[in-house]
Write a protein that binds this ligand. Structure first.
Ligand code: NAD
Length: 504
């Protein structure tokens, strides 16, 4: 499998060659926590060469709406590994999210966020929780393809791809294997989104079957999120799509009591980026009291990723020992538990003093005990047979009675294409709709070659030529129907590639 992607180095790869990393010092508290993090890494003997790059607020304010300069792109291109402090996105419209730009442009497909409780040293209701959320990072509703289609209706395309699902689900199982995790849980909403979330779930089941040694299960995202918040102990690794992952990773970080402490990794084929999950905290910037733990934990993940897992463990264990000793920054200081309130620099120095020491109560960091190697096979397209069987025509119509538009469209034929049904916001309103259904100005009108013959549950469609669709659109236009978009209806290897209307 020589084309496969090997994402992480072997645990025992001798630290002989230094790894170049691009370092963004960020905004707000960014420079303060980056200075502390680099100092700790240097003291621990991390074999890295840091090249600074400029991104963030000053770049935005200089008129660059992307927040990143060409020189910074070059630095990333040379280094391939990024350690990034939080940046400030200026208020106001027109500034693009730099994080989304970096994730998508660099193909950083996996967002990895481990959160474990540090009870009693950091307050949490769930002393034993230890969860890694692996979130798909490039697609889903975050593709950002949105349109206003009528006066009343806007839409956002939810794009889920098979290669995207395969990559992230494989990554989750490989991560579990590499870091001795026991269970992977998939979270989807495929009872409603049968094609998009259904694909994610299908791929999960296919890939889970290849890892019989790892327990796997699936949950619907709504009850899954509720259960995370109520009993996080039952979770180990969670894999999910972009939007759900965005939400549950914040829930996990919050109930772990450590929003300011968690780091995250954004992993891609060629480039990877490591950062704290918190923002630039402008309210405390310049006061030198920020907790550098989030960025330090990101740096620990980075070191494990670049084959310096032993140094990563050394730093993490010294950090745990520091927390156990009650040396705490203001954000996690608790009167009855903490021994000393320290500033950013003092906290970094306390960690450096403890390098080589292990925690006594909190679990030992054991990144170097995992294999550290994650392999993602090349995607192989299946080359299924695709057949056009109809078209959904979306029409902007300001009337309210579905019978009127239904009858009007029923009279329009193109070759053997004819109206099968109309839905409004997904609910069938023609033929035989209910009076109670509220209708907007956005009508989805399904044309197929012949009425579905219902045998068992699945309608059977006849293949059509695209010319028939073009002719249909032309007739609709001649008859003054305001066509706003079309979606072709396909079967793939004889299987329906579109959802039925509710009530169809
Ligand atoms: P924030 O995470 O910066 O701050 C939320 C609260 O947590 C504040 O009270 C802050 O003081 C505190 N806090 C955060 N990190 C801390 C730390 N390390 N030590 C001690 N206290 C800490 O969130 P926000 O206020 O919503 O956002 C501020 C700015 O950060 C915004 O411009 C936002 O766009 C940006 N942001 C950047 C990133 C990133 O670069 N990855 C992520 C989130 C937010």
């Amino acid at each position: 499998m020589e084309n496969n992607l090997v994402l992480e180095s072997k645990k025992n790869s001798a630290v002989t060659k230094s790894t170049k990393i691009a370092v963004a010092h960020g905004d707000g508290i960014g420079p303060e926590i980056m200075k502390a993090t680099l100092k700790i890494m240097e003291a621990a003997g991390a074999n890295i060469v840091a090249e600074p790059m400029e991104i963030g607020e000053q770049v935005y304010l200089s008129g660059n709406s992307s927040g990143i300069t060409e020189a910074a792109w070059d630095t990333i291109g040379r280094n391939k590994v990024i350690l990034k402090a939080p940046i400030t996105t200026p208020q106001g419209k027109g500034y693009k999210s730099l994080n989304v730009t970096l994730r998508k442009s660099l193909g950083l497909f996996a967002n990895v966020r481990p959160v474990n409780a540090l009870h009693p040293f950091v307050k949490t209701n769930f002393p034993n929780m230890d969860i890694v959320v692996i979130r798909e990072n490039e697609e889903d509703l975050y593709a950002g393809i949105e349109h206003r289609q009528t006066e009343d209706v806007v839409q956002c395309l939810k794009l889920i791809t098979r290669p995207g699902c395969e990559k992230i689900v494989r990554y989750a199982f490989e991560y579990a294997k590499a870091y001795n995790r026991k269970k992977v849980t998939c979270m989807v909403k495929d009872n409603i989104m049968k094609l998009t979330d259904g694909l994610f779930h299908t791929v999960f089941k296919e890939i889970a079957a290849q890892y019989p040694e790892i327990e796997s299960n699936s949950q619907i995202i709504d009850i899954g999120s509720a259960k995370i918040a109520a009993s996080p102990r039952q979770y180990d690794v969670i894999v999910t799509s972009n939007l759900y992952g965005d939400i549950i990773s914040d829930i996990v970080a919050e109930i772990g009591g450590s929003v300011g402490m968690a780091g995250s990794a954004n992993i891609g084929r060629n480039v990877s980026m490591f950062e704290a999950i918190h923002g630039s905290a402008p309210d405390i910037a310049g006061q030198k009291i920020a907790n550098p733990s989030g960025l330090l934990n990101a740096a620990v993940m980075m070191l494990a990723h670049i084959g310096q897992a032993e140094i990563a463990d050394k730093i993490k264990n010294a950090w745990l020992a520091t927390l156990e000793d009650g040396i705490h920054t203001a954000d996690v200081y608790q009167k009855d538990i903490s021994v000393k309130k320290v500033n950013t620099e003092e906290f970094a120095d306390a960690i450096i003093e403890r390098l080589g020491r292990n925690p006594k109560k909190l679990p030992l960091s054991s990144l170097s005990k995992g294999s550290g190697t994650i392999e993602i096979p090349e995607y192989k397209r299946r080359n299924e047979e695709k057949e056009l069987v109809g078209v959904d025509v979306f029409i902007d119509w300001k009337g309210t009675d579905p019978e009127i538009i239904g009858k009007g469209l029923s009279e329009i034929r193109s070759h053997n294409l004819k109206l099968k049904m109309i839905t409004n916001r997904g609910v069938k309103v023609f033929p035989n709709g209910l009076k109670e259904t509220y209708c907007t100005d956005h009508w989805r009108c399904r044309f197929v070659a012949q009425d579905a013959q219902i045998k068992t549950k699945e309608p059977i469609y006849e293949g059509i030529e695209y010319e028939q669709v073009i002719a249909l659109l032309s007739k609709l236009h001649q008859n003054d129907f305001d066509v706003i978009k079309t979606e072709n209806l396909y079967e793939f290897d004889g299987k329906r590639g579109f959802s039925l209307g509710q009530g169809e």
